[in-house]
Write a protein that binds this ligand. Structure first.
Ligand code: GLU
Length: 420
């Protein structure tokens, strides 16, 4: 029994054990690498608009502090638990290490349904959460960023709450802030842009012509919508399917993604957008396409559908979309489905967050071109290393990616000793 017991945490641990076996990691070092360094759970009492007082549960997990401060997003979701937060923090560790960012992984959030909160209630939850976290985070300890259910405005409330407490502006305490208060150009688009850079890279390797390809994108939040827009407007890929938690749409002639984006900007969700046929959200994942982008929640590719996927490229925009059971099935289909694993595919967000933190610490602002060029250079390096390692050792792309990350953390722990 541990405070992290949860299906998603178990999945992250199972994935880690696969890598530990492959790397032949001594049993004495496994738990130390896998278990979170520390965690904080808080109860947030908030005055609601109707005059009642409601309490919310909040969490923050710091996975390891060996390479520097921890870094990771803040998720506002109804079912968020300590265990899920810990799994997401562990994935952040391997993601940061794979991409050579000087961070350990972290994750946090509040169990709440943002669609049921008014703006003032959301502000109260956000500010109260940061207030409770003040002793636990810091620009050199743990830097928060956005994740599902949070956005630039929430980051601005976090930054303001922390700064008011310090007595001066501390932009480097969070990333993903509005540019007007020290956010970086290109952060909002960074995850989706990274996803599309890697899809194009994979297409190039597989000699696929983007203009003859189709894509299905699950999730129409910050990652899915930017990826879908960029695929259809910049890469020339026909996006035939999109979905969010309210609707799934399919149109073999291609969906007008600009119109979908404008619709969601007004209505908040895809429900009611009528430029495609309504289909079952699970079936959408199994429909024929060249590129499938799961960019919503975890465990959507599992042992019920992994052998039914009809895509050539699986680009994991979400964190943990594919279960270890599904991986076993996909590994057998390695020459049919080219997997771009999550810790590479969605790393654009945290890479540009790192740029934002560096700019904040130096009080120096970069242009969007500088940010995007640097982002693509890091992704290119990681992509090349993963492909090389997977070929050399005849392992899956996920195993190669995670192994590179785990090895870097292990090496740092060996150099420093038991403390961090
Ligand atoms: N939430 C994003 C992720 O899962 C980014 C976190 C950050 O920018 O700190 O990678």
């Amino acid at each position: 029994m541990s405070i992290y017991d949860d299906a998603v945490f178990k999945m992250a641990c199972d994935q880690f054990q696969v890598i530990a076996d492959y790397l032949n990691i001594d049993q004495n070092h496994r738990d130390r690498l896998m278990m979170p360094k520390r965690a904080m759970a808080v109860t947030l009492p908030v005055h609601m608009d109707d005059g009642s007082t409601k309490t919310f549960q909040g969490y923050r997990v710091q996975h390891h502090l060996t390479l520097g401060p921890t870094k990771g997003g803040t998720r506002f979701a109804p079912s968020l638990s300590m265990g899920e937060t810990a799994a997401l923090a562990m994935w952040m560790s391997w993601k940061c290490a794979l991409n050579n960012l000087p961070y350990g992984g972290a994750k946090g959030g509040v169990a709440c349904d943002v669609t049921k909160l008014s703006r003032s209630e959301l502000e109260a939850v956000s500010r109260r959460y940061m207030q409770e976290m003040i002793p636990f985070v810091g620009p050199h300890t743990d830097i928060m960023g956005p994740d599902m259910g949070t956005n630039e405005q929430v980051m601005a409330w976090f930054m303001d709450t922390y700064s008011v407490y310090q007595g001066y502006a501390v932009p480097e305490i969070v990333t993903g802030k509005p540019v007007s208060i020290g956010g970086t150009e290109g952060r909002r688009e960074s995850t989706g842009r990274g996803v599309v850079y890697l899809i194009e890279r994979a297409m190039d390797m597989l000699k696929m012509n983007p203009e003859k390809c189709t894509a299905i994108v699950q999730g129409f939040g910050n990652v899915g919508s930017v990826a879908a827009l960029s695929l259809s407007l910049k890469s020339g890929v026909k996006v035939v399917g999109i979905s969010d938690h309210t609707a799934a749409l399919y149109n073999p002639k291609g969906i007008d993604i600009k119109a979908a984006d404008a619709y969601v900007a007004t209505h908040g969700v895809l429900k009611g957008f009528d430029k495609g046929d309504r289909v079952d959200a699970h079936e959408l994942l199994e429909m024929k396409c060249d590129v499938l982008v799961p960019a919503a929640v975890d465990r959507v590719i599992n042992d019920t559908n992994a052998d039914k996927l009809k895509c050539r490229i699986l680009a994991e925009g979400a964190n943990g979309p594919t279960t270890p059971e599904a991986d076993l099935l996909l590994n057998k289909r390695w020459d049919e489905v080219f997997v771009i694993p999550d810790i590479l595919c969605n790393a654009g967000g945290v890479i540009v967050s790192y740029f934002e933190w560096v700019q904040g610490l130096q009080s120096y602002l970069w242009t969007e071109t500088e940010v995007t060029d640097k982002l693509f250079r890091i992704l290119e390096h990681s992509f090349t290393q993963i492909i090389k390692r997977a070929k050399a050792d005849k392992v899956s792309h996920r195993t190669a990616a995670m192994a590179i990350g785990v090895e870097r953390v292990m090496k740092a722990k060996a150099a420093r000793g038991l403390f961090p």
